[in-house]
Write a new protein. Structure first.
Length: 141
C-alpha cells in the first residue's frame, strides 16, 4: 500500500539547519506523538521473523518527512494546522536541553505560542487537510 491508499497522511516537518542527530531525535519524538494520538487502529500487529522471534509493532502507514528552511516556515505550518483544526505534535529548540518529559512540557509552557522556537512538527490528518497544511514544503533529502 502506498501513501495515497490511506484516508490520512502522516508527516513530520523538521528544520533542515539542524545537526543530523538533532533531526533524527526530533523525528523520533514527533512520530511518537503521532502514534500516541492516532490510537490502536494506526498500529499494526507485532512482526515475527522466520525463526519465531517477535518484534514491536509499527505504524500501519508511511510517514513522510519534509524539510523546513527555518522557524518561520514551521510557524506557517502551525498556523495552517490551527486554521484547519489539525492537531500537531511540536518540538522546540529548548527541548534539546531537557532530560525528561515533564521538563519538555515545562519548556514549552514557558514560551508564548508566537515565540516558540519550533524545530519540528508532526501531524496525521485527512489527505486534504494535510496537503493544505504542508503546501510548499519539499520532502527531506
Amino acid at each position: 500500500m502506498g501513501v495515497t491508499d490511506f484516508d490520512t497522511k502522516a508527516a513530520v516537518v523538521v528544520r533542515d539547519d539542524l545537526a543530523v542527530w538533532e533531526r533524527l531525535n526530533v523525528c523520533a519524538f514527533l512520530v511518537s506523538g503521532v502514534a500516541a494520538a492516532a490510537g490502536a487502529e494506526a498500529i499494526g500487529a507485532r512482526y515475527e521473523d522466520a525463526d519465531g522471534r517477535t518484534y514491536l509493532p509499527l505504524l500501519v502507514q508511511p510517514v513522510l518527512v519534509f524539510a523546513a528552511p527555518d522557524v518561520d516556515k514551521l510557524r506557517t505550518v502551525r498556523d495552517r494546522a490551527q486554521q484547519r483544526g489539525v492537531p500537531l505534535a511540536i518540538y522546540t529548540r529548548e527541548m534539546f536541553a531537557t532530560g525528561h518529559d515533564a521538563a519538555n512540557r515545562a519548556a514549552v509552557r514557558a514560551v508564548a505560542t508566537c515565540d516558540l522556537d519550533l524545530v519540528g512538527v508532526a501531524l496525521r490528518a485527512p489527505h486534504r487537510d494535510a496537503d493544505a497544511v504542508l503546501r510548499g514544503l519539499a520532502r527531506h533529502s
